[in-house]
Design a protein around this ligand. Structure first.
Ligand code: ADP
Length: 504
């Protein structure tokens, strides 16, 4: 299928007063031939078991569930549904492994973590394809962002393993014990790396549960871990849904819960562990403000807006889903943004030209469509690119709403899809107030030519991560986490290590 974009006619007044057509002709010369990523090097089993105590074992109750390719709606494989008995088995394996693992010389632990990173790099192409098949994300993103970053987290924390006395001088850092780790479906392997790498580097053992729609790269990681010869039980990887997650949270022999997911489940977890000795880090939802000042480099800012909201189909907790544009440049920014949206290719996640892949699941597509309906009903102006989308699978064209007001639900609630809510502002004080008027506080973006404005605004925004003249940039050395309903605790960097240590 060739992808063709449609034109929209736009006219502006030229300096001599005549009307000039400046619309880009998307139906001329904007088509691409397919460039599919090869899949012949990929091996996916028909069925996966649970990785407990260094072995792949059948679930005690013998239950399995299917994982679906959201771009084709076809079953890819089936994975075990871990019961609370399986969770208990995994916790016992992790507890047994904790003593020997935590007393291993730190340098030796670092070598294992490093070996896992190297093996992830060796299998990067396979991991990228599986990530795209299982979760729907464009291969360009899984190949260039998810998988390299996941390996980078293992490299980074491998380096810290034997340097804790320098990282935390005079503190005598000690591992916490057994960590229960629950991850979401938007960055499956990357989230597994964020959680596992720092935990084991400093001597903890873990039970990780992947999300129900994207279990496959975690299971591939389990194969890598087995091949790397990591001592049995140091990392246990299980699959299942919310009740499996709850069994981890409620297990009495777990010392720490690390959770990334929705704010609603984060609240359930916090209630469940209240009054226990369990430590926790919760990385929850977001509704980030992406702020464009009138002195910003507008073309770069438009790229930043696109990357901020349409990266990974908008399935990003730190997505720049609320756009604030200063009034003087609003018309130009919106025109450029709409043009850029028309060039985005939505479709086959395995095609290297694809910008926006499949929505992760039928349920998530229903949620996004619900919010699009709400936005229209609330009276915001709806705009969607006119691109073709495949007949089968779960898709959503890049979407924006103009004339949104603060009270609209599409400006307040996390949609977790390619839907942008646009507002304008006049003064810096006004935009700071609007940007902070949200229950969330995970991330924000600011675009301006002036460093002084960046320092002023970033110091007043209540968000854990703030990007200036860029967006959605991640690095293992950089801590990530939120305020308010976006959760607490940090992952990445030294704070990410500290979250797995007792500092005496
Ligand atoms: P989303 O709504 O985006 O799917 P969730 O917060 O429901 O996000 O899911 C994130 C992770 O939390 C998944 O691995 C999911 O299985 C798990 N989960 C869901 N409910 C619970 C729960 N009550 N306790 C622990 N984990 C849960």
């Amino acid at each position: 299928m060739k992808t063709k974009q449609k034109a929209t006619v736009k006219k502006v007044t030229s300096t001599n007063g005549s009307m000039v057509d400046i619309s880009l002709k998307f139906n001329e010369g904007w088509s691409y031939s397919p460039a599919p990523e090869s899949t012949d090097h990929v091996s996916i089993k028909e069925r996966y078991e649970l990785f407990i105590g260094g072995k792949f074992v059948k679930p005690i109750k013998g239950k399995y569930f299917a994982t679906i390719n959201p771009a084709t709606e076809k079953k890819i494989s089936e994975v075990a549904n871990a019961s609370s008995e399986d969770v208990d088995k995994a916790v016992k394996a992790a507890r047994k492994a904790f003593g020997p693992w935590s007393s291993l010389p730190a340098r030796e632990r670092g070598k294992y973590v490093y070996r896992i990173a190297r093996m992830m790099q060796e299998k990067a192409r396979e991991l990228a394809v599986i990530e795209s098949i299982d979760g729907g994300k464009a291969i360009r993103e899984s190949r260039d962002i998810d998988i390299p970053l996941a390996a980078a987290h293992f490299f980074y924390y491998a380096g810290w393993a034997d340097k804790l006395d320098y990282a935390f001088p005079n503190k005598k850092p000690k591992p916490l014990g057994v960590a229960g780790q629950i991850i979401p479906w938007n960055f499956p392997l990357l989230m597994a790396a964020w959680k596992i790498a720092p935990a084991i580097a400093v001597g903890n053992t873990v039970i990780l549960k992947s999300a129900e729609t994207t279990p496959l790269t975690s299971l591939k990681l389990a194969e890598i871990i087995q091949e790397a010869g990591l001592p049995d039980g140091v990392v246990n990887i299980i699959t299942g849904a919310g009740d499996t997650g709850a069994a981890i949270v409620n297990h009495p022999d777990i010392d720490k819960i690390a959770f990334t997911g929705s704010t609603s489940v984060g609240k359930i977890i916090q209630k469940a562990i209240a009054g226990t000795d369990k430590k926790a880090t919760l990385e929850l939802g977001g509704k980030a403000a992406n702020i464009i000042l009138d002195d910003a480099p507008l073309d770069q800012a438009v790229e930043g807006i696109i990357n901020g909201i349409y990266f990974n189909q908008g399935h990003v907790c730190c997505a720049g889903s609320r756009l604030f544009v200063q009034e003087g440049v609003a018309e130009t920014v919106i025109r450029k943004l709409k043009d850029r949206m028309q060039t985005l290719i939505v479709g086959d996640p395995l095609d290297k030209n694809t910008d926006i892949g499949a929505i992760n699941s039928k349920e998530q597509l229903a949620t996004i469509n619900k919010y699009i309906k709400i936005g229209k009903k609330e009276g915001a102006d709806f705009y969607q690119s006119a691109c073709d989308i495949p007949e089968r699978g779960y898709w959503c064209r890049p979407t924006l709403f103009l004339n949104v007001s603060q009270s609209h639900r599409i400006a307040q609630e996390e949609i977790f899809g390619p839907v942008l809510a646009v507002q304008t502002f006049r003064t810096v004080d006004e935009v700071i107030e609007k940007a902070n008027n949200t229950p969330y506080g995970l991330s924000a973006g600011i675009w301006t030519d002036k460093g002084s404005k960046i320092f002023n605004i970033t110091s007043k925004l209540r968000a854990g991560v703030i990007w200036a003249n860029t967006y959605n940039k991640f690095d293992p050395a950089s801590p990530f986490g939120g305020y308010k309903e976006s959760g607490f605790g940090r992952e990445g960097g030294l704070p990410g290590l500290q979250a797995y240590l007792n500092l005496g």
